[in-house]
Design a protein around this ligand. Structure first.
Ligand code: SF4
Ligand code: SF4
Length: 370
């Protein structure tokens, strides 16, 4: 179902504030202007899908915003819980115990956000449902159980760069973020990083982080292709950028797989999903890293829409309309038309085109300032 000719509304609050209208109030104003009360009925279990940030990363969505959204859901009679799925790679969120600990340390404790945290795919990432999608890359996708069984879904995404998909927003948060680790592995199966021997100091850090035991280090790191599951972790772990992302097939395949997972995550939620993108701390890479490099552009603001494709398109356009900040990964890249492509080397817009192609939304939008 293509949405040719349709235009979606995207609501946008910039970062300007004044007495009586702080940024948290602006989130509530966006919620009301977008009409998000409509998605919640009395007694609904409402999944608030977000990324709690890896330990050491500070670019993720501030918990104070999340608390206000939790309050708005409660006022409407819903029962909110915060959720995410476990990761594929070794880190601080690869099982529910570590994941909950990380969430609390990053500020998502009940006392702060006013809602419990439930890891959607359970203790070891085995609690998922196979959802039929019958699309080009997958016949079915593996969606975290608590997300699938929720009555409504509020998707809070931090819009920033990504080392494999150029940028990540609502589609990435939904697709990769709602998949179980085995589903994530299926999405990543086209990734096969390459070591640049001349840059490698044989420090061994990548070997420690590889979840598949695929790396040995002698004169330099060597990746065993037969063991590598394509998680991409080594590419961001190496402090010398000696491991480059590389794809067995076109980079667009990974984007299509992620978008098909996003499609699966929405299958039983018609009229029950709302999206926010926080275009703040626009780091060059994913919040899955245990650090966040300097933001590429100044904070753009907060956007809300019922349409994930339009929301990501609008977020991308707003970022690309900003001047680059000095002292960032954009140094020496001129005034690149697409800042994320300039940093990652990949064009991420295929995820938007494919999302539109399979009926997830439209790239045409009207931006409404709130
Ligand atoms: S070698 Fe493969 S499995 Fe190991 S961290 Fe790198 S991408 Fe992941
Ligand atoms: S982390 Fe980088 S420098 Fe260290 S062994 Fe791995 S590839 Fe080489």
């Amino acid at each position: 179902m293509a949405l040719e000719g349709k235009t979606a509304e995207v609501f946008w609050s910039d970062m300007r504030t004044e007495k009586g209208n702080n940024l948290i109030d602006k989130v509530e104003r966006l919620w009301r202007r977008a009409g998000f009360d409509e998605i919640i009925a009395q007694g609904d279990l409402v999944a608030v899908k977000l990324h709690f940030g890896e330990k050491g990363n500070l670019a993720y969505i501030h918990p104070a915003f999340v608390r206000r959204i939790v309050e708005l859901i409660r006022r409407q009679g819903g029962k909110p819980f915060l959720t995410d799925t476990n990761t594929l790679y070794v880190g601080s969120r690869s099982n529910a115990v570590d994941h909950l600990q990380t969430a609390v340390e990053n500020g998502f404790a009940y006392a702060v956000v006013g809602a419990p945290v439930i890891i959607a795919d359970g203790l070891r990432g085995k609690d998922y449902l196979s959802v039929p999608v019958n699309l080009k890359r997958f016949k079915e996708v593996k969606i975290g159980s608590a997300i699938y069984h929720a009555d409504a879904l509020v998707v809070l995404s931090h819009f920033k760069g990504h080392e494999l998909t150029s940028f990540g927003g609502a589609l990435k948060n939904l697709g990769m973020g709602c998949g179980s680790p085995s589903g994530k592995q299926m999405m990543h199966s086209d990734v096969l990083p390459r070591v640049r021997g001349e840059k490698c100091t044989a420090c061994g850090r990548c070997r420690l982080w590889c979840p598949a035991g695929a790396i040995t280090v002698e004169e330099h790191a060597v990746i065993d292709e037969a063991k590598c599951i394509g998680c991409g972790e080594c590419t961001v772990t190496c402090p010398y950028r000696a491991i480059k992302p590389n794809f067995k097939s076109a980079p667009e395949v990974l984007q299509e797989k992620i978008v098909e997972y996003a499609y699966g995550a929405l299958q039983n939620k018609e009229g029950k999903v709302a999206f926010f993108n926080f275009v703040t701390n626009v780091a060059p890479e994913c919040d899955c890293n245990s650090w966040n490099d300097a933001a590429l552009v100044g904070d753009v603001g907060i956007l809300a829409s019922y349409d994930a494709v339009a929301l990501d398109q609008a977020s991308l356009d707003l970022v690309n309309a900003q001047p680059p900040l000095p002292g960032t990964r954009l140094d020496g890249k001129g005034d690149a038309a697409d800042k994320f492509t300039a940093v990652s080397g990949y064009d991420g817009t295929h995820q938007l085109a494919y999302g539109e192609e399979i009926g997830l939304g439209t790239r045409k939008y009207t931006l409404i300032k709130v």
